[in-house]
Design a protein around this ligand. Sequence first.
Ligand SMILES: Nc1nc2c(ncn2[C@@H]2O[C@H](COP(=O)(O)OP(=O)(O)O)[C@@H](O)[C@H]2O)c(=O)[nH]1
Ligand SMILES: [Mg+2]
Length: 731
Amino acid sequence: MDLQLPKDIYISVLSEVNTVLQSLKDLSADKDTSQAKDRAVQIFSELSKELRSNIESLSKNAEWDTFTIAFYGETNAGKSTIIETMRMLLSEPVKLAQQQEFKDLEKKYGISAEHLAQMRHAVEQASQACTACQASLDALDDKFLRQTRVQRERVEALRQQIAEHKETASVWQKMLDLFIKRPEQKEAAILDRELQDAETGKQQEAAVLGQQQRAAQQAYEGREQSLKEAEASLALLASRADGAIIGNGTSDFTLDTTSYHFSNGEQQFALLDVPGIEGKETRVMDAILAGVQKAHAVFYVTNKAAAPQKGDERQPGTLEKIKQHLGAQTEVWTVYNKRVTNPIQLTSGRLASDDEMASLQDLDRRMNEVLGERYRGAVALSAYPAFLAAASCLMPDSQSAANKAKFQAKLSQPELLDRSGMSAFRELLLTDLVKDFKRKITRSNYNKANQVVCGTIGEVSKTLRESFKPLGKELKKDAEQAQLQLDTALDALKTRLESQGESAISRFSNNVRKNIYAEIDKDISNDDFKDALERFIAREQAKLVAELPGLMQKEVEKFQEQIDDIVKRFQAFAADLMDAYGNIRVTGLGSRLDLKIDIDNGINIPGLLGAVVGGVLMIWNPAGWVVLALGAITVLAGLVKSVMGFFSSDYKKSQQRKAANSNLDDIADKMRESLRDSLGAALPQLEPKIEALKAALDKPAAQIAGIVTMLGKSERQLKNLSKKIETAGTL
Ligand SMILES: Nc1nc2c(ncn2[C@@H]2O[C@H](COP(=O)(O)OP(=O)(O)O)[C@@H](O)[C@H]2O)c(=O)[nH]1
Ligand SMILES: [Mg+2]
């Protein structure tokens, strides 16, 4: 493949495919093959439409300058955690800027863990003070009610006595009461005054307490307000904190693919954070596919040390998704992200246990089966502890900050990075993966282009294998069978015409014999005998000439029906075959490709059929042979003259019968000969018509065979193209 620039691969593939299509169009075709050619061209252009759109999408998504590595896997596997850690370890510019912003904000608001704790404590204290004030007020009420209970009850009792007295008193007594107060009235008045004094005292105390309560409430509200403000600036801070891209466990956290750009000396590379592959929405699927198309290498991240799940008919499993998405990648690695929650897990030497190592070997085997030599192996690491070690801008008071403290109390930062496997992963990324990246980019992009070509080769092969080849075979078999039936029908016609002739001859002989015997029995003279024989022969000939055409024509018509049937059966059969094979599903196109061919086209079968029988009846007079055979007949009596009644009458009769029989035998022989000649002249005229029909029956199979040859050629040309891409990609 002679390209000026590696990226010209797409244009080159498209132009090669056009060449294949053009060479299909350029094939010379005659009247019979042109329809097949048109179909082959149509099918190939349909199949290459898919190729074109795939190549265009590659050309749109392809990345040629920056080596691009996608992190691919289920949500929660730890993809974002690994990427976030790498951003910090490799000083990704956007990350550095973000960290700077975080520190600036932290300084501006003076927010620290202790400060926040103090503020929360102050709010708590103020709230307690409020509660205490309310309690004092309640206590005051209680005390007042308790202390005045005896007096209030006594006043109530006195009021009742006064009321009763008013109801029962005499008029005199009532008059008296206007001037002299009763003792209960005096006592009640004293008690009322005392209660009034107590109430005034309580209210004075309550006023003091109320003032205290309002002050406490004000203090509480003020402090809470400051806390809220501090927390709001905290949210601002959180968006700039390390780990902001890490998910919270829900599957829609990462919806789009985000890329992070790194440079390491000469090398430019990007890490792609791809959404979780269990996502079903098209938006997510598109993002995954676009990410994977761009990538030159892929890390399949999983938090299970086990081979990916296989799916079933209803739901594709992870393994099928990997096969579908990652088939065209240059290199694929597995990252086993072991979930570590306790620093103790990192202090015991190796990260992966023996069991996990064994499971990972099984996983490697499965991935190898699916991806072949593109699969590079598995790496074990623990992302979260490494993230904690690398992070320097964590939210004060956060779980991560607490975890960082917990892990760093046991292991230093370099120890954490080593033990978590992250240092080794960083080395892998910077040396193995990114090394020689220009060549790798070319190889990966060529691989992807080749994958598209191979996909189309697969479609062409499938179309040939599942449709045209078996269809051609079956059509051929059916045509052969129908041709055999046509031959058989022609043979049968010949036999039937012969036997019609044969029975005409015996009918003729028998009738003449019966009649002449009756005459002979009348004891006629030899001259009369000869006359009578000639008369009977002429009469029977006339009868045959009258009835034979009808009988013979019936046979010919029967033959016509037979061949009609044979041809119609074949046509129906062929149509069924077209239905069965002519509508196959072509993967990827999302629709069915209609491969139907109109088999009658160009073959005028009804025309041919009409010609067969019409022709026979035109050239053949079915009774002509009788006329020919008897036209020149002379009855040879061959009788001894019966002079003077020398011979007895019985002898004469037997002589006449003998003469009649020998004459009839001669005539029958002549008629047979004439029949043979007549059939011999008529039937061969049928043969070319039957041959023409047979040839017509061959046409559908021949057309399909033509398509098979033509598409087969295109398939070979595509295979050559694929080989060329492969070679160019590994240079
Ligand atoms: N304990 C522990 N948690 C982890 C580890 N790696 C990731 N996580 C947690 O798993 C969750 C999802 O991680 P994330 O990196 O967003 O996964 P992604 O969906 O693959 O991008 C987050 O809560 C992480 O803190 C790990 O090694 N140990
Ligand atoms: Mg994520």
